[in-house]
Design a protein around this ligand. Structure first.
Ligand SMILES: C[S@@+](CC[C@H](N)C(=O)[O-])C[C@H]1O[C@@H](n2cnc3c(N)ncnc32)[C@H](O)[C@@H]1O
Length: 223
C-alpha cells in the first residue's frame, strides 16, 4: 500500500467506531494536514427538544486532552478548526495559551440565518476556534470572522450537533488542497468525512457512539 492509503494503522477514507483519545495515539507525528472537529462541550447537559445526550459531555477536559494529540499529529504550518460553545471557550482558550504550542488565530462566529426565535436566548450562533501550529494555511478570499449560513433542521434521530455542510466545506476549502489528509476525531453524524469525500480530500474519522457512527457510515456511503 502506498503511504497515502494508510495513516498509522488506520485506512484512509475510513471511519472507525472507537475512542479517539486512544486511536489518536496510533497516528504518527506530523502526519495530518487539517483537523476539523466538534468535541463534546463538557457542559453536562442534554440537547434540543428530544433531550439528546452526547457521549463524554460530562467530561469538561475532553477537548483539552484531545488538543495534546492534535498538536503532535498535525503537520507544521497547519490549522485546527475546533467548534466550541460560549460557555466553554474562555476555559479552552486559556488552556490553549498556557499548555499547547498552538497560536489562537481567531474565533469565527457562524450566524444561523432564518432561525425561529421561539423562546428567550435561543442559540443563534456556532463558534469555531481557529488554532495554528506554525503558520496557518488559508486559500480562500473574503473569509470574515462572522459567516452566515442556513439553519438546518433536526429530527428525533439526527445528531443534536450536526453541523451544516456548507460551513465545513468552507473550512476544508480554506485550509486544505485535494488529496490532503483531514481528521475529525469527534465525527458525530459524519459531516466532515462526507464533505471531504465530496471535495476529494483524504479523510479519517472516529466516533464512539454506535448510533452516530452508523449515521456517519450511511452519510459517507451516499456521497
Ligand atoms: C458535538 S458532536 C459532533 C457532531 C458533528 N459535528 C456532526 O456534524 O455530526 C461530538 C461527538 O463526539 C463523540 N465522542 C465523544 N467522546 C468521544 C471519544 N472519546 N472518541 C470519539 N468520539 C467521541 C460523541 O458521541 C459525539 O457524537
Amino acid at each position: 500500500m502506498s503511504p497515502r492509503e494508510k495513516l498509522g494503522e488506520f485506512a484512509l477514507n475510513s471511519v472507525y467506531q472507537i475512542d479517539c483519545l486512544e486511536a489518536m495515539k496510533k497516528i504518527p507525528n506530523r502526519s495530518v494536514d487539517l483537523i476539523i472537529t466538534d468535541p463534546p462541550y463538557g457542559d453536562n447537559c442534554n440537547y434540543g427538544r428530544w433531550n439528546k445526550k452526547i457521549a463524554n459531555n460530562q467530561h469538561p477536559l475532553i477537548n483539552c486532552i484531545a488538543l495534546f494529540e492534535f498538536q503532535r499529529i498535525l503537520k507544521n504550518n497547519a490549522v485546527v478548526y475546533n467548534f466550541t460553545s460560549w460557555k466553554h471557550y474562555p476555559f479552552l482558550t486559556e488552556f490553549v495559551m498556557r499548555y499547547t504550542c498552538f497560536k489562537i488565530r481567531h474565533m469565527v462566529v457562524c450566524n444561523k440565518k432564518g432561525m425561529k426565535l421561539g423562546y428567550g436566548f435561543r442559540n443563534k450562533h456556532e463558534l469555531i476556534l481557529v488554532l495554528e501550529k506554525g503558520k496557518g494555511k488559508y486559500f480562500l478570499k473574503n473569509f470574515a470572522n462572522v459567516i452566515d449560513f442556513d439553519t438546518i433542521t433536526h429530527t428525533k434521530t439526527s445528531h443534536p450537533h450536526k453541523k451544516p455542510e456548507k460551513i465545513i466545506e468552507r473550512l476544508v476549502n480554506h485550509s486544505s488542497k485535494e488529496d490532503d489528509i483531514v481528521l475529525d476525531p469527534f465525527l458525530g453524524g459524519g459531516t466532515t468525512a462526507a464533505v471531504c469525500k465530496k471535495l476529494n480530500r483524504n479523510f479519517l474519522g472516529f466516533e464512539i457512539d454506535n448510533h452516530y457512527f452508523s449515521q456517519a457510515c450511511k452519510k459517507i456511503a451516499e456521497i
